[in-house]
Design a protein around this ligand. Structure first.
Ligand code: GLN
Length: 481
């Protein structure tokens, strides 16, 4: 048995039955990282001794009668979430040397449930990007095709899971960063509804859009992890006080009685025909499982990318103002006459090109004279996009769409063209703008062997429906290429 390829569910069962220990399981994951990650580059940081120490204390707790759900299960964490005592670089030079002084709420909850934090995964700097090529630290390759990107920004987490170097991982999704890399690498990714999972301890990119979610091998594993992470948190006033269902226990059955909508604006010219074919086959599978398929319209889709990049950049420009070289991270060594000069030198040295582009764009759309033309306008369009979904969900229970218009790109293909890199987010940014939940489930590969993802979108706080659809589909999926 290859322990490092177990799902979270099978690892929980094996640990409970004492078929292996957490130390053995964690050792297997660490060995897989040593063997494979030199080529893939999914991890930015692994501390073997620390991971094994956490695993040993999980084993000791179990020997003493403890039986928390994730006791002894190792997880990979995107390097933008604070885990006490571990570095948190956001793949940026500006956070060099920083160590997290506290646990993010999701980490505290997973820790409480017994999880082991084995390592930290690569991302686009501050989660800005769709290929992980904007990491200031290293390149990550797609395990399915080494000359291709893993997607982004949670590309390290997706590559770790798909490459057999993590049972499961956490990612973050501001405009698609969980769902798109999951689809590029061939794993499951869940973006929870805004307010379902606490953002406390996540280094903020765009606070009105960011969400943390699981990246896993199966839909059941996503349900298990979401169940641990979700719920009201006094540290994040945007979390809602709604009961957290037992998502995993509710899985099963078929799709009878469900109406699934195909938004016509998501099946248009520009969608890669091989991707379109895989998604259509997945839609047919859902129909065979009892779902009724209807066509719906989300008429403001064409404005989504522009709206997203105005709002996300505006929020980023404010959130990233805190990185000034004073309290933590990088500080410029260049002699500075005034504090302002020191800030400017530090930020010029510490931030990469894409992050600077967003700060400049965001500052521009918020500046007086332009604020109404761009920022206020984009807020209004955001409302229209949210209403599009509200009326679509009056006609159906969930939507089925592609995740990305293309399969994974060749390394370098989008790097020199930021506009192209923004436009490919068209099918994912809408869920963040509307605050709804979205799931990416593998639905086969292109003839060249590149994974394709099916996106399922459901109304806010209806993760249960999302997971049920994904799980049923996963059981009947015939993986084609
Ligand atoms: N690709 C999008 C961006 O660059 C989304 C990133 C994300 O979800 N963090 O902003």
């Amino acid at each position: 048995m290859e322990l490092e390829s177990l799902t979270v569910r099978t690892a929980i069962d094996g640990l409970r039955k004492r078929q292996f220990s957490s130390v053995e399981l964690t050792r297997a994951v660490l060995d897989a990282i040593t063997a494979r990650d030199g080529v893939i580059g999914a991890y930015l940081w692994v501390d073997e001794a620390d991971a094994l120490k956490q695993a040993a204390s999980a084993d000791a707790a179990r020997a003493g009668g403890a039986d928390a759900l994730l006791l002894g299960v190792p997880l990979a964490i995107k390097d933008i979430l604070n885990v006490e005592g571990q570095p948190c670089t956001c793949a940026s030079k500006i956070l060099a040397g920083y160590r997290a002084p506290y646990d993010a709420t999701v980490i505290a909850r997973l820790r409480e449930a017994g999880a082991v934090f084995a390592g930290r995964t690569n991302l686009d700097e501050f989660a800005m990007g769709s290929t992980t090529e904007n990491s200031a630290i290293q390149l990550t390759r797609n395990p399915a095709a080494l000359d291709r990107v893993p997607g982004g920004s949670s590309g390290g987490s997706a590559a770790a899971v798909a490459g057999g170097m993590a049972l499961a991982a956490l990612g973050t999704d501001t405009g698609g960063s969980i769902r798109q890399p999951a689809s590029f690498c061939g794993c499951v990714g869940l973006k929870p509804s805004y307010g379902r999972v606490s953002r406390y301890g996540l280094v903020a990119f765009a606070s009105s859009l960011d969400q943390i979610g699981p990246m896993t091998q199966t839909v059941e594993d996503a349900a298990l992890l979401l169940g641990v992470m979700a719920g009201r948190d006094p540290h994040d006033a945007t979390t809602l006080d709604r009961a957290v269902p037992n998502y995993a226990a509710a899985l099963g059955g078929d799709l009878k009685g469900l109406r699934l909508g195909l938004p016509k604006e998501y099946f248009v010219a520009g969608l890669d025909p091989e991707v379109a074919q895989r998604v259509q086959e997945a839609v047919e599978s859902c129909r065979r499982c009892g779902a009724e398929i209807v066509e719906v319209s989300l008429p403001h889709t064409e404005y989504a990318v522009a709206t997203y990049y105005i709002l996300a950049s505006a929020e980023a420009s404010a959130n990233l103002a805190r990185f000034d070289g004073v309290r933590y991270g990088h500080r410029s060594a260049v002699a500075a006459g005034t504090p302002l000069e020191m800030y400017l030198n530090t930020r010029a040295e510490g931030f990469g090109r894409e992050v600077k582009r967003r700060i400049i764009l965001g500052t521009y759309v918020l500046s007086s004279g332009y604020y109404d033309a761009y920022y206020t306008h984009a807020q209004r369009v955001r409302t229209l996009i949210r209403r599009d979904f509200e009326s679509a969900f009056m006609q159906c229970d969930a939507l089925l769409t592609p995740v990305s218009p293309d399969p994974a790109y060749l390394i370098g293909a989008t790097a020199e063209d930021p506009l192209k890199a923004y436009l490919i987010d068209i099918f994912t940014v809408t869920a963040n703008l509307a605050g709804i939940c979205g799931l990416s489930v593998p639905c086969g590969t292109t003839p060249a062997g590149l994974p394709v993802g099916l996106q399922v979108l459901a109304p806010a706080f209806d993760e249960g429906t999302l997971l049920r659809i994904g799980h049923v589909y996963e059981q009947v999926r015939e993986v084609r290429s």
